[in-house]
Design a protein around this ligand. Structure first.
Ligand SMILES: NC(=O)c1ccc[n+]([C@@H]2O[C@H](COP(=O)([O-])OP(=O)(O)OC[C@H]3O[C@@H](n4cnc5c(N)ncnc54)[C@H](OP(=O)(O)O)[C@@H]3O)[C@@H](O)[C@H]2O)c1
Length: 238
């Protein structure tokens, strides 16, 4: 495949290494230096992989739509524009795959989290809390993955109706605690605590290669699929 990397920072560079080792080509790399690239520069690109910054993701996705190039989006923190992007994608028969987390392990964790929330809903003596820890350069808080985990709990746990990004005593609110520590690639935990014990599920990324591998897998899958809007659950056939 001929791949465009929209965003060539920590993630873009990691994806490039794996893509080249798998025999793919990188036809375009975008950083802040050439951020004003035109959709015409995407000519000949099979798939674009977008890991840039929250404020640039939407315009980069629109350029891919304009150029008829399927796009995999890993950038988080732009989801207030999701409805608009999904509407354009469907109206113009374009192809989009986005995920708050491309790691296969995290997507397995999502399944476990959903099932555990359903089970724990019957035991009101347990409080529930989400914690996410990331490196200090991360721009958004809570993390997109932390929000996905909270939304899965809210959908499956009958006492929780919304999340807040701080500690809370409100029964209907679910706390997401965000911590920023040096070079942590991404750690997510869910705690169920009662006066007598505690249950914890935790995913720890040891490096960025899990995200990069998953994003490339998604790009390979997307290049073979039809127009539409997809997520990692489609790639992994969950
Ligand atoms: N979904 C997932 O699995 C997952 C995993 C990890 C990270 N992420 C998310 O992915 C995003 C990128 O993370 P990162 O760690 O790679 O960040 P990063 O190291 O800061 O890299 C961001 C890159 O975007 C470039 N950039 C700036 N403006 C741009 C524009 N207009 N168009 C295209 N690129 C532009 C930057 O260029 P300069 O270097 O010139 O500034 C830099 O190369 C973040 O939102 C992060 O939260 C998602």
């Amino acid at each position: 495949m001929n791949i465009a990397l929209l965003g060539y920072g920590k993630m873009g560079k990691e994806i490039e290494k794996i893509a080249i080792s798998k025999g793919h080509k990188i036809g375009l790399k975008v950083t802040s230096d050439n951020a004003e690239f035109s959709p015409a520069e995407l000519l000949g690109i099979d798939v674009a992989i977008e890991f840039s910054r929250p404020e640039f993701a939407v315009s980069n996705i629109k350029k891919c739509f304009e150029a008829n190039v399927p796009v995999v989006v890993g950038t988080t923190g732009w989801y207030e524009y999701l409805d608009e992007i999904e509407t354009i994608c469907v109206a113009r028969n374009q192809t989009l795959l986005y995920a708050t987390n491309f790691s296969i392990g995290v997507n397995l964790f999502f399944k476990l989290n959903t099932q555990l929330a359903d089970l724990m809903s019957k035991y009101p003596e347990y409080s529930v809390e989400v914690e996410e820890i990331h490196h200090t350069q991360k721009l958004d808080a809570p993390s997109g993955t932390g929000i996905s985990i909270a939304e899965q709990i809210i959908e499956n746990h009958k006492t929780k109706e919304s999340w807040v990004n701080n500690e809370t005593n409100q029964e209907k609110e679910l706390a997401i605690i965000s911590k920023r520590i040096d070079s942590v690639p991404g750690t997510h935990s869910v705690y169920y605590r009662s006066p007598i014990d505690e249950i914890e599920i935790k995913h720890t990324a040891h490096s960025r290669s899990g995200f990069a591998n998953g994003a490339l897998l998604a790009a390979e899958w997307l290049a073979k699929n039809k127009d539409g809007i997809y997520g990692m659950q489609d790639v992994l056939s969950f």
